[in-house]
Design a protein around this ligand. Structure first.
Ligand code: ATP
Ligand code: MG
Length: 447
């Protein structure tokens, strides 16, 4: 029965002590995208299998090996989304969003599912934040999306992430480049892995994306796509770079990037983190896609987007010691002795909560001593103890857990105002103290 108490392989629970980090990360990314005009879309967790096999590309690892596909009770083949681009494109088409004002800018924050060998930074269920921009073939759109990717890392305080960009050209350039790649790799047929031999026949570009060390070594000597770009693609790529330079967005041209999905044309890019020991971690990627919307039955529409893996982004933030906002703890814990005081504590805690305070009272019928221990454990900033005497007098003591100071508090309509004033006064006193430590003059000496 061990499986009842262990999560399926490749999945991970996010426990309450970690969720504040996730909430901060996701909120920050969505809000940063909003600054650029991207609005969030929420798409289904599963789609018709064909949506992915057509759009992601049936020569990719994602479609060939990694999809969670099953037949539902209605005999339909459905697949848990391995990525977000296909679902967003399907929804944009279905709801006619591409017929409205263009460019259309969409962000998403989703879980994805891939049947992979779990390892460091690799799960079977993971989180992606991503964006899609539809309707603009211009390099202006590429640089807008790259600028957003860069800004995401800036606002999170991540230092060592670089944008690595490349161009895969248009189908014309690709045709000539594919031939050149074939000519090159054909010399190494004896050394390439078996998957790559297949790739060579179906989509030679995929060989450049192989993770086996020997194939990587061979791929390093392959001709560069940049030498096969037509004039239009060359000019496009140059303008993307000129715009990034103008906006002081750092980037590196990396001609070996092909990305793992089949739908890309022209610009592709990766977000790469380099640790102090030199280890590289790709935490996100994206690019421009020309044929996707058409493939799904829409009018030809250009799109460009990226997705980043949030597990990897979080591990980078932790490794770099990035700041996270302090965790919210209980403002006021109201301890009580006896049944009547218990009801009063509940009533007052509820009043505080309706005013936006974090407040709790006893739910366990414990002794006052045990309640205080609990208040301490949950990091309560203030406590109030209610017993018969307090109820009779209609007054209690609001005690600061930080410095032990107490202030009288009336158990009437003024209750939450007094809590507010006391918290503010103490916060102000703390500020004054901090200012004094910094050698700043006290408030009443300033103008
Ligand atoms: P990789 O080369 O690491 O397999 P990929 O090219 O398959 O990545 P994409 O499909 O471009 O990845 O997805 C974008 C991002 O999503 C990746 O950079 C990574 O951060 C994250 N990602 C992809 N697969 C996984 C996974 N199995 N577990 C956790 N994160 C993942
Ligand atoms: Mg992968």
């Amino acid at each position: 029965m061990a499986y009842l108490t262990s999560a399926p392989r490749g999945t991970k629970d996010i426990l309450p002590e970690e969720t504040p980090k996730w909430q901060y990360l996701e909120k920050t990314l969505l809000e940063t995208a909003e600054l650029f005009g991207f609005r969030e879309m929420r798409i289904p967790t599963f789609e018709h299998t064909e949506l992915f096999s057509r759009s992601v590309g049936d020569t990719t690892d994602v479609v060939q090996k990694e999809m969670y596909t099953f037949t539902d009770k209605g005999d339909r083949s459905v697949t848990l989304r391995p990525e977000g681009t296909a679902g967003v494109a399907r929804a944009a088409l279905e709801h006619g969003l591409l017929g409205d004002a263009l460019p259309l800018k969409i962000s998403y924050d989703i879980t994805c599912f891939r049947y992979e060998k779990p390892g460091s930074g690799r799960y079977r269920e993971f989180h992606q934040f991503g964006v899609e921009l539809y309707g603009s073939p211009s390099p202006a759109a590429d640089s807008e999306v790259l600028a957003l990717a860069y800004e995401c890392f800036q606002v999170l305080g991540i230092q060592n992430v670089a944008l690595e960009i490349n161009s895969l050209g248009c189908p014309e350039c690709r045709k000539r480049y594919t031939q050149a790649l074939l000519d090159y790799f054909n010399q190494y047929r004896g050394s390439l892995c078996s998957t790559c031999l297949e790739r060579l026949d179906r989509n030679p570009l995929r060989v450049l994306d192989c993770k086996s060390p020997e194939d990587k070594r061979i791929a390093a000597g392959a001709p560069s796509i940049l030498e096969y770009l037509c004039d239009g693609c060359k000019a496009h790529f140059q303008e993307v770079q000129d715009r990034l330079t103008a906006a002081e967005i750092p980037f590196r041209v990396e001609p070996t990037i092909v990305r793992g999905l089949d739908y890309y044309t022209r610009t592709v890019f990766e977000m790469v983190h380099t640790a102090p020991d030199g280890e590289r971690l790709v935490c996100g990627g994206g690019g421009r896609y020309g044929g996707l919307i058409e493939e799904l039955g829409g009018n030809p529409t250009e799109g460009i987007g990226f997705a980043m893996g949030l597990e990897r982004v979080l591990s980078i933030m932790t490794a770099e010691g990035c700041d996270f906002p302090p965790e919210q703890t209980c403002d006021v814990y109201i301890a009580s002795m006896g049944a009547a005081a218990g009801v009063k504590a509940f009533q007052l805690a509820n009043l505080l909560r309706s005013e936006g305070f974090f407040a709790q009272s006893d739910l366990m019928g414990r002794s006052v001593k045990a309640q205080m221990k609990y208040a301490n454990k949950i990091g309560a900033k203030y406590v109030i103890v209610l017993g018969d005497t307090e109820l009779e007098k209609g007054e209690a003591q609001l005690k600061s857990m930080r410095n032990g100071g107490t202030s009288p508090i009336k158990l009437d309509a003024s209750f939450s105002d007094t809590v507010y004033e006391t918290i503010m006064e103490n916060a102000y006193a703390d500020l004054e103290e901090a200012a004094a430590e910094l050698g700043l003059p006290p408030q009443d000496h300033r103008h």
